[in-house]
Design a protein around this ligand. Structure first.
Ligand code: CU
Length: 113
């Protein structure tokens, strides 16, 4: 069902642009894009600096249990630089951090409401 898939993909693109999306419509999305870091908890932080060109973000964050890290301010590399679009200094965010090849990365980040 190529047409259906294209429609679903378009819906996913729209949903990810908007941000939050209802979980009930997400079955097809999940099937095509397994959620990265589903086991990693979301953490709260505040944006101190965004470097879109380098795909890096400086976050002041609370303790990260999954990374065994105390609260601090540090630089994360974004798993996808697009994650950082629209973020600016001072934004309160919820994010999911992980460690990959010895570097700390952000695999999801969104404004905290
Ligand atoms: Cu840290």
């Amino acid at each position: 069902m190529k047409a259906m898939h294209t429609l679903a993909l378009a819906a996913v693109l729209v949903a990810s642009t908007v941000g939050a999306q209802p979980a009930t419509k997400d079955a097809d999305h999940a099937a095509h894009h397994p959620v990265a870091g589903a086991s990693a908890p979301q953490s709260e932080g505040e944006v101190r600096k965004v470097d879109l060109e380098q795909g890096k973000v400086t976050l002041r964050h609370g303790p990260l249990a999954n990374l065994d890290m105390p609260a601090m301010t540090m630089v994360f590399t974004a798993a996808d630089p697009k994650l950082l679009q629209g973020l600016k200094q001072g934004d309160k965010v919820r994010f999911t951090a992980d460690k990959k090849d010895g570097a700390f990365i952000v695999i999801a980040i969104e404004p905290a409401k």
